[in-house]
Design a protein. Structure first.
Length: 377
């Protein structure tokens, strides 16, 4: 079978959707013919390995290029049976190509791309999801958002994100790795992700970190991630706000704000941390569609503490692989982190269960098979 991807988000850009598109296309290419149309990226080749990039940056150049290149691809490759969109933003492009050339239209829905507040965007992009043959939601919460917007529940398939269980693995010697990364003797709390305001990192520092440090003096909060510079919706300088909060609270000896890190550094941080946090906020304008970092942490054998918001509950077995708390309950959030920092046995048991759960339910091999079922492969 042939599959044509149309997606604004694709490596070498970094982020949850970019990771999904990269891993999914790599998995599908093992058994199918896959072509990818995506946006301009500096210093990235176009046409190599079936990836075609718009020659100019911006939404309009990408849209016109996607229609032109998509039409050529569908004419030249009659084996392509599915046109797949990487997010709700590209729904009109997917439907146009699929209907003109009588192919199946499938679009991936995340979270923010369904709730983004622009009326123009909702009318131009989201409303057309109801006319697609299938919609793939990354969580049960995202599926409910799609249904609220007129997408029939029968046409929605919930497929979670996957995790590379060959890359994210436990460390052979955690203490040696901590010394190597300058974290020796610490109890490391890790946050990973682009610093969108919905992630709640500043609020965690302001409301939880002083309490945690008081109860667990060796606690050390590491933030790995920078401002989402290439995002179409997030423009705030949250990184500077976080750095200011650390200074104002006198917590520089208990926090390290690293900004963006390399892929190798990221794996090492997971391996040498004690617990991963995702203190996401509830917002009508922005949502946490799934929480990919929670699966990455689990694959390395680390428990998580996160808020029960958006699609996060799909990624965490509450009380078993991690702890979920009500968003805004900073007292419980602090207590949950403290409990895992000081209770070695519980932390290790949770981490091991999380690792086994990821291997059986969230490996990319299993996730790709579920996409193949939706595509009709």
């Amino acid at each position: 079978m042939g599959i044509l991807f149309v997606t604004w988000n694709f490596p070498p850009r970094r982020g949850g959707i970019e990771n999904l598109m990269g891993q999914l296309t790599a998995g599908l290419k093992k058994r199918h013919s896959v072509l990818i149309i995506t946006t301009h990226a500096a210093n990235a080749a176009s046409g190599g390995d079936g990836v075609f990039r718009a020659p100019l940056p911006g939404l309009l150049p990408f849209a016109f290029y996607a229609i032109w290149r998509g039409a050529i691809s569908l004419i030249r490759n009659p084996e392509i049976e599915v046109v797949f969109g990487g997010s709700a933003m590209v729904t009109p492009l997917v439907l146009l190509l699929a209907r003109l050339f009588r192919r199946k239209a499938v679009v991936q829905a995340h979270g923010l791309d369904l709730v983004y507040g622009s009326i123009f965007y909702q009318v131009l992009c989201v409303r057309w999801l109801r006319y697609c043959d299938r919609t793939v939601a990354n969580s049960t919460y995202t599926a409910s958002l799609g249904a609220e917007r007129g997408v029939s529940r029968e046409s929605i398939s919930v497929i979670p994100l996957g995790v590379d269980t060959m890359r994210f693995t436990p460390a052979a010697n955690c203490e040696e790795l901590r010394k190597e990364t300058g974290l020796g003797g610490r109890r490391v709390i890790l946050f990973v992700g682009r610093l969108a305001r919905r992630k709640g990192v500043k609020e965690f520092i302001q409301n939880c970190l002083p309490v945690i440090v008081r109860e667990a003096p060796r606690a050390y909060f590491v933030v790995a991630g920078g401002n989402p510079r290439e995002s179409l919706t997030h423009r705030d300088d949250v990184l500077s706000e976080i750095q200011a909060a650390v200074r104002e609270l006198g917590l520089r000896d208990h926090a390290r704000i690293m900004g963006e890190v390399s892929d190798d550094e990221l794996v090492k941080l997971y391996q040498c941390c004690d617990v991963v946090v995702l203190p996401a906020l509830a917002s009508a304008e922005d949502v946490e569609g799934f929480g990919m970092v929670l699966l990455e942490a689990a694959a390395v054998g680390k428990p998580v503490v996160a808020t029960r918001v958006g699609g996060i509950p799909d990624a965490v077995a509450d009380g078993v692989s991690g702890i979920l708390v009500k968003t805004g309950d900073y007292g419980q959030l602090s207590r949950s982190v403290i409990e895992l920092l000081i209770d070695d046995e519980r932390r290790l048991v949770m981490g091991e269960f999380a690792r086994q759960r990821v291997q059986t339910e969230f490996s990319w091999e299993a996730i790709v098979v579920r996409y193949e079922e939706v595509f009709g492969c």
